[in-house]
Design a protein around this ligand. Structure first.
Ligand SMILES: Nc1ncnc2c1ncn2[C@@H]1O[C@H](COP(=O)(O)OP(=O)(O)OP(=O)(O)O)[C@@H](O)[C@H]1O
Length: 309
């Protein structure tokens, strides 16, 4: 299947000289959720704005379902829904009027059944007659999404959909995103929350200093980069790692009451069996063993540091 979004060597240098995008290439498959992760100022919003035609690229091309965003702007833009970072709504506008207006902007015929289904999907149907000023912050965000979906786009951009919202609202937003995916909408979201990418995304792209460092299946990224730690709790605390165990790169933790061994869970030989035998040979009595996997957060920090080095 050909990708729904094709970005090739996209560049953006702002007047004043900031190079926000320095040659980003990316293909997004229809129906997937792609999360773009990156620190503040990495270029995520610029990437989205450029794809959506709000910022003019300095170079490169963007095609949406084969339509070039510059040469064939109207056709390309009609396929895109954009939910920007900032909530921007008319305080006195009623929810229903707002979504109808958004659809009208694309010159589409009235389709109340579609708008009703969008509002229901976002749990806003009961609020259709409310003015936006009467809504909670979480509802306002959902109204922004409803407006972005009013013209039946095939690709939806969500720029930090859960920035600054509490855990419950964040989970509610994840459900919304998953429902949209089930409807066949391709979703590209930016986030600072690594658990969000891990929970939602089929693939993760890491952006740093205007470059896309990698794009990879979320699970494969975890597998490839995921280190595991074996935490060995000891009966008696230690002052230092015994010299006989120096080869394992163990770290003391919990005030000497635990040793931490880091290994690659994909490698054939993790070294755990030998380590346990050597622990016994060194006369150490164990209280408990546990393992934990490095999170996407640790992977991400590692990647960005590599890029800086
Ligand atoms: N209109 C503009 N004029 C000049 N520079 C800009 C403009 N918009 C963004 N930049 C610069 O481009 C770079 C990338 O910014 P961008 O907003 O795309 O980052 P981001 O990854 O979305 O960050 P955040 O996570 O903080 O939203 C930054 O250095 C920013 O200061």
């Amino acid at each position: 299947m050909s990708p729904i979004l094709e970005i090739a060597d996209l560049r953006k240098t702002f007047p004043g000289g900031v190079e926000a995008l320095s040659g980003v290439s990316l293909e997004v498959r229809e129906g997937e959720i792609l999360a773009l992760l990156g620190p503040n100022g990495a270029g995520k919003t610029t990437l989205i704005s450029t794809v959506c035609g709000l910022t003019e690229p300095s170079g490169g091309t963007v095609r949406v379902a084969g339509h070039d965003i510059q040469r064939d702007f109207r056709a390309a833009r009609a396929l895109i829904g954009l939910v920007p970072q900032e909530i921007a709504l008319e305080p006195f506008q009623r929810v229903w009027d707002g979504v109808r207006f958004s659809r009208g902007l694309f010159g589409l015929p009235r389709d109340d059944a579609h708008l009703e289904s969008v509002l229901r999907q976002l749990s806003l149907w009961e609020k259709r007659a409310a003015q936006t000023r009467e809504l909670s912050g979480g509802m306002k965000r959902r109204v922004m999404i409803a407006k972005a979906l009013a013209h039946e786009p095939r690709v939806l951009f969500l720029d930090e959909p859960t920035a600054g919202v509490d855990v419950e609202l964040r989970r509610g937003m994840w459900e919304v995103v998953e429902r949209l995916k089930a409807e066949g909408v391709t979703i590209i979201l930016t986030t600072h929350y690594l658990e969000e990418a891990e929970a939602l995304a089929d693939r993760v792209g890491v952006v740093n200093r205007g470059e896309l460092l990698l794009v990879e299946e979320t699970g494969a990224l975890m597998d490839r980069m995921g280190r595991k730690e074996l935490v060995i709790e000891l009966q008696e605390p230690l002052d230092a790692v015994p010299a006989a165990l120096a080869d394992y790169g163990l770290e003391l933790a919990e005030g000497g009451a635990a040793l931490v061994y880091t290994y690659d869970r994909r490698s054939e030989r993790t070294g755990i069996t030998r380590l346990l035998a050597d622990l016994q040979a060194a006369g150490l009595a164990l209280r408990d063993l546990s393992t934990r996997q490095s999170s996407l957060e640790e992977i991400f920090v590692g990647l960005v540091q590599e890029d800086v080095a």
